[in-house]
Design a protein around this ligand. Structure first.
Ligand code: GDP
Ligand code: MG
Length: 442
């Protein structure tokens, strides 16, 4: 594996007094590979490697270090610099209420982050926090924010789907002023892909509320895809910071590097897990260590990724065994995994044959786009609907389709595919569990 390969390179570099083009060439190749596997965007890697080369060549290897270790030092330093160097906090120094506007695609984690951020501000900074949802496309989105807000002990400013986002925000600001709130968190709608209507809406919202912080929320699991989204939002809005969500047990910091690079804006927080305590300040230096691995060299991606996936597979098998069955949450989880692992094909190997077959029917081509749409549709469902898909009748279907920006037929198709898959899973839970676990491990 990569770690071993790098270790070997470091060894061959022992006993040399200076870093030279030659003795770092192989090492840099490995670094490049490592960053590629961490899903960093190619142009970012290129620039990074050339900067490291520039800094490293000619540098003396001091004391007990091997040239390999010395180079790792340079890489670490440059990685830290690339991710912003210093930790950047929120800037709330303004006439209250300090308004924080959330921007990002649907499913990025905006609403969850509003909850997490409110909790942080309440617990750590004793702020009086108001939240408001301008996501008028999905009634469930407003309810979601309401629930999240109640959980963290902030106040929720109600809104309804028939209102205009700008009107909602304006009313919330007025309320926040009159009731002496320190912070107003403005949650917004997102789409599955960047589209002009959404950008125009959030630009109008930004102009109306004049936020002190405009945070771009982005899913770290998007990897390289995060780049295009980040670029589009950065061009449309004067972002002040980035929140990188879903960094759960994912050793890849690739998206952090890429997003930082294309926007030039500081990553202020990282989100981990669905619990509302899962928001951390972002420390560039720690992320660099994480990408590099703690030991001597770049230990990477591969192992951590496999570990995570294996754990999930186990938990999944356990769930079936306990007789709870296969619901849309599992279905979505599988899809997210597929996406993370770069499409269906790699996952297929880990799946029992029958499930793989169902999964391939569900895609009819396995394009990344299709996976994204399915994920989007499931994201638009409430937790209850995901657990009990049989509840999803006509009116719910319409709401979900609107939320996900698709036709009702597509929701129907997804539900049919889910049903098929569920049937297969039921068979497994009856007789084929052992077989399935074997399949997943393989
Ligand atoms: P929004 O559409 O941008 O508002 O996204 P949501 O906040 O509704 O989040 C979409 C899904 O991602 C939900 O199922 C969240 O629980 C989940 N989510 C959000 N942030 C994180 C995170 O940091 N880690 C994990 N594992 N899940 C998250
Ligand atoms: Mg939301």
């Amino acid at each position: 594996n990569l770690t071993q390969r790098l270790a070997r390179v470091v060894k061959t570099m022992r006993g040399q007094a200076r870093l030279t083009e030659d003795n770092i060439a192989e090492m840099l190749r490995e670094v490049r590979l490592a960053l590629l596997e961490a899903d960093v965007a190619l142009p970012v890697i290129k620039e990074f490697i050339s900067r490291v080369r520039e800094k490293a060549v000619g540098q003396e290897v001091i004391g007990s270090l091997t040239p390999g270790q010395a180079l790792v030092g340079v890489v670490h330093c440059e990685l830290t610099a690339l991710m912003g160097g210093e930790q950047a906090g929120l800037d709330l120094a303004t006439q209250p209420p300090a308004i924080i506007l959330m921007a990002g695609l649907q499913g990025a984690g905006k609403t969850t982050t509003v909850g997490k951020l409110a909790k942080l501000l309440i617990d750590k900074q004793k702020k009086k926090v108001l939240t408001v949802s301008c996501d008028v496309y999905r009634p469930a989105a407003i309810d979601q924010l309401k629930a999240v807000t109640a959980q963290v002990g902030a106040e929720f400013f109600p809104s309804t789907p028939d209102q205009k986002p700008v009107d909602i925000a304006t009313a919330a600001i007025d309320y926040a002023r009159r009731h002496y709130f320190d912070v107003l968190l403005v949650d917004t709608a997102g789409r599955l892909a960047i589209d002009e209507a959404m950008m125009a809406e959030i630009q109008a919202l930004h102009a109306a509320v004049k936020p002190v912080e405009t945070l771009f929320v982005v899913d770290a699991m998007l990897g390289q895809d995060a780049v295009n989204t980040a670029r589009a939002f950065n061009e449309a809005l004067p972002l002040t910071g980035i929140v990188l969500t879903k960094l759960d047990g994912d050793a890849r910091g690739g998206a952090a590097l890429s997003v930082r690079h294309v926007t030039g804006k500081p990553i202020k927080f990282t989100g981990v897990g669905e619990k509302l305590t899962g928001l951390d300040e972002f420390f560039p230096e720690r992320m660099a260590s994480r990408i590099l691995g703690m030991g001597d060299i770049l230990s990477l991606v591969e192992d951590a990724r496999v570990a995570v996936d294996e754990e999930k597979a186990k938990a999944f098998a356990q769930k079936l065994k306990s007789g709870k069955g296969f619901d849309l949450n599992d279905f979505k989880e599988q899809i997210v995994q597929m996406r993370k692992m770069g499409g269906l094909s790699s996952l297929m190997d880990k799946m029992p044959a029958q499930f793989a077959q169902a999964a391939s029917q569900l895609q009819g081509g396995a394009e990344e786009k299709a996976i994204g749409r399915i994920e989007g549709i499931i994201n638009s469902m409430t937790p209850l609907e995901r657990a009990k898909p049989e509840l999803i009748k006509a009116s719910r279907k319409r709401r979900i389709a609107t939320g996900a920006g698709v036709q009702v037929q597509e929701v129907n198709r997804l539900l049919n595919q889910f049903e098929q898959t569920q049937k297969v899973m039921k068979q497994f839970s009856k007789g084929g569990l052992a077989k399935m676990m074997r399949g997943m491990k393989g």
